[in-house]
Structures are given as structure tokens and as C-alpha cells.
Design a protein around this ligand. Structure first.
Ligand code: PXP
Length: 398
């Protein structure tokens, strides 16, 4: 049964990784041996939880979490139905943010604690009954959270596909085929969860017409990769993709060569992020696996970082590849812990993707060249499915 996670919270700036929380809630259900039950989690603000607190518990003001067991207070015959529903956990994100600060925890860890607490209430634990009940509930909470730390991930990392090089082939003859818009649809039908295109200043592959059509046709998520230059910013603000990824862009380069130096361009990047935020477009910054870049990205209000995997993929010895991998793992953890949502990409191949996909902190991979290159021999649908199989398997065994 799925964990349903929904928001009555204005999440425009919100750095909550829903997939990670769903995965943690799913792991908690498995630990409690009730994975066949449905659970609903609703994120609200202080105002809404205050209303619920007053209406159902006659208590004033906001609280952090409320639990409503299925059929509690409703028609009692509902409890006779053969439906395996645990009920609803309602969490105030405003209060969770305050508590995370107070207890020096990441927001995700605080929300995980609140989900655990709420779940135990749904299961009949109640710390308010007596001191003994409080100790029993606290012990159970601790036991579940410890197990959660060691539990294995089962959710799949998302795979977004960069279709720039379909356009590169088209531009080689300056004609109309192959069309990246058709390619995007094939990728989505094969299971991709997002489409990425880089509208470069020199329009060497993706054209304005492509992004306009993709905005209308992409059903999953359109991520517009772009340099932070005036013309492209204005196109993005007009187009309103689902998100943008800011990258450094040089005319002479073959492909994006390194991550953004966020530390030296904080002011300009913060301004761009602000413009995007006002237009409702979340921003990701493409950065090298470097702690200073992560901190700077967080400081200027990025929602996501995409960690550059190029050095790991290009490593020529096992030892250096291992070092690069460990750096990515540590930096992804750090970014995740300070509340950034973490993507990764560049240079990932059918050989190098599995280890990155197995990292629990990385939500999505952005892969282009390897898939388009394989597609020349196997067809695009098969090339996407082959990569998805690797990503899926990595999630199962990590
Ligand atoms: N992420 C970013 C920011 C990129 O610039 C690119 C290349 O366009 C990719 C991911 C995909 O890299 P590759 O084509 O090597 O898979």
C-alpha cells in the first residue's frame, strides 16, 4: 500500500524531499510489519494545524503533529470495512522548521521524527496516558529510528534524460530530423521521469522552437538547463519550465565542463534565483562536489544542487574512481543534511551509474550522452529501459 504524502503548505521555496520522506515512512511501516496498510501524511502550516488542534482536541495554538486513526470519530461501521488504512498524520512544517533549529537537526530528520511519533499514536501508543506509557512510546520511537538509519532503500532514483544530442544530430544537417520533441516523448513512454534540455546561447543543438514545444508536450517534468545570461533568463521566465538548472557556459567548450563557481558569483546567482522564485520556478545549481559550493548554494536560496559526476566517471584508475565516488557520497550527504535537494549528473554511463544511483541522498540523475549514443544501436526506447533497469537494481541492492 502506498504512503500518500500531500501538502497544504506553500512549497514554492520548500526544500522538502517528498520521495525521501515517503521512503522513510514506507520503511517504518515495514519495520512495524504493517506495510500492507495505507498511510496518509499531510503537511500543513501553523494556521491549519491550530485549527485542527482546536477543533479536535480543544487545545489552543499550533502543535507539531496530530494523528487521526482511520474511522476514528467517524461512522463506527467504517472500522468493519476490510480496508487496511492506518489513518492520517498531519504535520505542521512551520513548527517542524522551528523545532529543527531548536534541536539542531535537519528538517528531514525532524519530519522523520514527527512521522514516527504520529505513526505510533496511530498504532495506539500514547505518551500522555502515564509516565510508563511515555517511556514505552519513547523507547519504541528510538528503536524505530535506529532501525530506520540502517534500513535499506527500496525506492527508485528518478531518471531524467537530456535529449540535447538528438538535436545535435538534427543540426548536423540543419534540417528537421531527428526531433528532440519526439525523442522526449519516447523517453517518457519508456519510463523517464523528466526531460532536460540545454538552451545554449549559441543554439548549437536545442532551438527556441524545441523548448516551446517541449513545454507543451512534456508530461513528466521539464528541466531547462541554462547559463545565467540575460537573454536566456528572459526566455525561461516566459516559458516557465518545471525547474531550471543553472550551469556555467562557455562558447568554446564541447559540453558543460565544470560546475558553477557559486562562491564567486553569489550576488548574480542570488538575483537570478530570486527572479525565478518570483515566477514560481525552482532553481538547481550545477556544482562540483565541493563543500564550499554546497554551502554557497544553500546560502543564496537554491532549492536543488546537481552534483557534477564528471571526475568520477572520467577517472582512469580504480583508486581515483573510488576517491571521487567517496567525495560525491560525502558531499551529497552534506547537501542533503543542510536541506538541499540533491541531483547528480554528467558523464554517467551504463558502467558508472549504478553506484551513484544507490546513494540514498540523491533524488534524480540527469543522463544524456550515454543513452543517446546507445540509442543509435538499440533504439531510444531500449536504451532508456536499459538505463532504468540499472537505476532500479541499484535502488534494490543499496
Ligand atoms: N547535467 C548537466 C548539468 C549537464 O550539463 C549535462 C550535459 O549536458 C548532463 C547532466 C548530462 O551529461 P551527459 O550528457 O554526459 O550524460
Amino acid at each position: 500500500m502506498p504512503v500518500d504524502l500531500s501538502f497544504h503548505y506553500n512549497c514554492q521555496d520548500c526544500r522538502i524531499n517528498s520521495r525521501l520522506l515517503q521512503r522513510r515512512a514506507g520503511a517504518l511501516l515495514r519495520e512495524c510489519r504493517i506495510a500492507d496498510h495505507g498511510l496518509s501524511i499531510l503537511m500543513v502550516d501553523d494556521q491549519e494545524i491550530s485549527w485542527l488542534n482546536d477543533h479536535y482536541r480543544h487545545k489552543n495554538g499550533p502543535t507539531n503533529v496530530l494523528s487521526f486513526p482511520f474511522a476514528d470519530g467517524a461512522d463506527s461501521s467504517l472500522s468493519m470495512l476490510p480496508v487496511k488504512e492506518l489513518g492520517d498524520i498531519v504535520i505542521s512544517v512551520d513548527t517542524a522548521l522551528r523545532e529543527a533549529k531548536e534541536f539542531n537537526q535537519s528538517l528531514h530528520d525532524r519530519l522523520t521524527w514527527l512521522i514516527t511519533h504520529g505513526l505510533l499514536h496511530l498504532l495506539g501508543y500514547d505518551h500522555e496516558l502515564s509516565d510508563t506509557d511515555a517511556i514505552i512510546m519513547q523507547d519504541k520511537e528510538q528503536e524505530l529510528l535506529t532501525k530506520l538509519q540502517h534500513s535499506r532503500s527500496t525506492a527508485m532514483t528518478h531518471l531524467a534524460i537530456n535529449v540535447d544530442h538528438i538535436a545535435t544530430i538534427r543540426q548536423a544537417r540543419g534540417g528537421v530530423e531527428p526531433d528532440p520533441v519526439t525523442a522526449a516523448a519516447i523517453c517518457e513512454m519508456a519510463g523517464a521521469t523528466g526531460i532536460v534540455v540545454h538552451l545554449r546561447e549559441d543554439r548549437r543543438h536545442i532551438q527556441d522552437r524545441d523548448v516551446r514545444l517541449l513545454r507543451q508536450t512534456v508530461k513528466t517534468k521539464l528541466n531547462l538547463e541554462m547559463g545565467a545570461n540575460k537573454e536566456i533568463i528572459s526566455i525561461a521566465l516566459d516559458l516557465k519550465p518545471d525547474m531550471v538548472t543553472l550551469v556555467p557556459e562557455k562558447r568554446q567548450e564541447l559540453t558543460t565542463e565544470g560546475g558553477l563557481d557559486v562562491t564567486s558569483q553569489k550576488k548574480m546567482l542570488a538575483k537570478t534565483i530570486d527572479k525565478m522564485r518570483k515566477a514560481g520556478i525552482p532553481v538547481s545549481l550545477f556544482v562540483d562536489p565541493d563543500t564550499r559550493q554546497i554551502k554557497a548554494a544553500h546560502e543564496i536560496g537554491a532549492t536543488f544542487v546537481e552534483i557534477h559526476t564528471g571526475r568520477y566517471c572520467d577517472a582512469t584508475s580504480e583508486k581515483s574512481r573510488e576517491q571521487e565516488f567517496q567525495t560525491i557520497a560525502a558531499i551529497a550527504e552534506e547537501a542533503y543534511q543542510i536541506g538541499l535537494r540533491v541531483y547528480a549528473g554528467h558523464g554517467l554511463s551504463y558502467q558508472t551509474t549504478a553506484r551513484i544511483a544507490a546513494l540514498d541522498t540523491i533524488e534524480e540523475l540527469s543522463i544524456g550522452h550515454a543513452i543517446i549514443a546507445r540509442a543509435a544501436f538499440t533504439g531510444l526506447d531500449q536504451a532508456v529501459r536499459d538505463m532504468l533497469a540499472i537505476v532500479q537494481e541499484a535502488g534494490r541492492i543499496s
